[in-house]
Design a protein around this ligand. Structure first.
Ligand SMILES: CC(C)(COP(=O)(O)OP(=O)(O)OC[C@H]1O[C@@H](n2cnc3c(N)ncnc32)[C@H](O)[C@@H]1OP(=O)(O)O)[C@@H](O)C(=O)NCCC(=O)NCCS
Length: 177
């Protein structure tokens, strides 16, 4: 589907949209038969507020009527110890060059339009060149999400248990290549 045919409008989101983002994230999670694929668990509304506050931001995909159909957040790592940079094999001095793509989800009735990939590409277009390394985690058992990130050039850097025991690929994209 080319951009002109896409019935969704993508935009950058800030903290004012945190309640809507949080509600979509929770409802996608509640509707998933395999909850291991989307590590939402006990995430609190305050987390989403912070994830939409600069330098972090979100991307929302809305229908013509304004319904939030999909979302993701782009966050800076909170520190080296818990960073995806460390898990992906980068060095501590590369940490400031990284951003993490997180919580991407699309409401079930809006899937099949490549929205996750579109949102990721849209987010990338908003990032400065200094954000050289983009990182995310995807379950090896999540083919739709893996297809989205691989299509954009992310590659698996490591695979390990995370989020309390769920297997995750840690994927990285080096925008300087
Ligand atoms: C993952 C998710 C965001 C993808 O939604 P989407 O953008 O609408 O995805 P699409 O249905 O358009 O599929 C994306 C790609 O995966 C492929 N795909 C989808 N389901 C697949 C499957 N079961 N097996 C193999 N490929 C599959 C599609 O063919 C498409 O590939 P293409 O672009 O080459 O045609 C959505 O399924 C979701 O919200 N899942 C629950 C939450 C979640 O898992 N989030 C990701 C956490 S890492």
């Amino acid at each position: 589907m080319n951009q002109a045919d896409c019935p969704y409008t993508l935009s950058r989101a800030a903290a004012g949209e945190a309640p809507a983002f949080y509600a979509l994230m929770r409802s996608v999670y509640e509707g998933m038969p395999d909850k291991d694929l989307f590590a939402v668990g006990e995430i609190a509304p305050e987390w989403m507020q912070k994830a939409l506050t600069p330098p972090c931001f979100g991307i929302g995909a809305r229908t013509a009527s304004g319904e939030l159909a999909g979302m993701l957040v782009v966050v800076t790592p909170e520190g080296w110890e818990h960073s995806l940079a460390r898990k992906a094999g980068l060095s501590p001095d590369q940490l400031p060059l990284t951003m993490e793509m997180d919580m991407s989800c699309v409401a079930p009735q809006h899937r099949g339009h490549g929205l996750q990939q579109r949102m990721l590409a849209f987010a990338e277009g908003l990032l400065p060149r200094e954000a050289r390394f983009l990182l995310c985690t995807v379950s090896p058992h999540n083919p739709a999400s893996l297809a989205s990130v691989r299509a954009l050039g992310y590659r698996v850097a490591a695979t390990r248990e995370m989020y309390g025991g769920f297997l995750r690929h840690i994927l990285i994209k080096d925008r300087s290549l």
